[in-house]
Write a protein that binds this ligand. Structure first.
Ligand SMILES: C[S@@+](CC[C@H](N)C(=O)[O-])C[C@H]1O[C@@H](n2cnc3c(N)ncnc32)[C@H](O)[C@@H]1O
Length: 251
């Protein structure tokens, strides 16, 4: 909050505060992961560190990568605050297979269906379905044969809603600061474009953000996951997760 003007990383972190109980979610993921010993995990959209830092604190060996230096600046600050010595890697998804092919027992990529932002997080571009499938393939390529994959997607009932979904979150006090966030998600069915618009107000100063994406239905995600060579693809309940989770095993 004191590190300069709010950016997309600041907004994301504040949204996290509203949508997740961080400890509950990390416990839920840890339960799905099982014992930490000997498990090599890749979080290939580690962003500002949630839930990778919570998992590292629980003893998991998590390699953290992200393609945005801006998000990694938030990550490093959060790691410092937590007293964790973690060096995240700046790696674009397209470079993952070259760098980490079949290198992990578990690969996770969560945060609201990140493939919808493939190539479009730091600016306001628009990923199409083949770009999303390509990104997911690059993540799956890092799972060792027999290893597991974890990804999330907007809840089916939210994808089916026809009306805009607007939320005005309750005012937050963070240190000396007063923070308000209002979000709207609208889906244009004629173009298949989903628009997430947010207004962040810190101490009375407004910042507006907008990210547009094409959305995937659950059946389309399942097809893509199977097409990437995953078996046992299923919706998996995970305590504390806000979105729906799909998991699979690399054949
Ligand atoms: C919605 S955030 C999720 C962050 C974190 N996983 C979480 O759950 O809070 C999406 C992340 O994906 C990253 N990302 C988007 N496109 C990318 C790409 N092509 N290569 C690598 N990372 C990318 C962004 O930088 C951002 O940190």
């Amino acid at each position: 909050m004191d590190a300069g003007d709010p950016d997309i990383g600041t907004l994301w972190e504040l949204c996290m505060l509203f949508e997740f109980d961080r400890e509950e979610t990390a416990d839920g993921i840890a339960e799905w992961l099982g014992p930490a010993e000997g498990l090599r995990i890749l979080d290939c959209a580690c962003g500002s560190g949630f839930p990778a830092l919570e998992l590292i604190r629980r003893g998991y060996d998590v390699t953290c990568t992200d393609g945005s230096e801006l998000m990694l600046t938030h990550f490093r600050r959060n790691a410092r605050i937590e007293g964790l010595d973690v060096r995240p890697e700046l790696v674009l998804w397209e470079d993952l297979p070259r760098r980490h092919a079949e290198g992990f027992d578990v690969v996770m990529n969560r945060g609201g269906g990140n493939y919808i932002y493939a190539g479009a997080w730091d600016d306001e571009g628009l990923a199409d379905q083949s770009t999303m499938a390509e990104a997911i393939g690059q993540w799956v390529a890092c799972v060792r044969p027999g290893g597991r994959f974890y990804v999330d997607i907007t809840r089916a009932e939210d994808l089916e809603r026809r009306e805009d979904q607007s939320v005005v979150h309750p005012t937050l006090r963070i240190g000396q600061h007063t923070v308000d966030i209002a979000e709207t998600i609208s889906i244009d069915r004629s173009t298949g474009i989903r628009t997430w618009s947010s207004r962040l107000t810190v101490d009375g100063i407004h910042s507006e953000f907008q990210r547009r994406s094409r959305y995937l239905r659950h059946d389309q995600l399942i097809e893509i996951l199977k097409g990437c060579g995953l078996t046992d693809v299923r919706k998996t309940p995970v305590a504390g997760e806000y979105y729906d989770i799909y998991t699979g095993v690399r054949a």
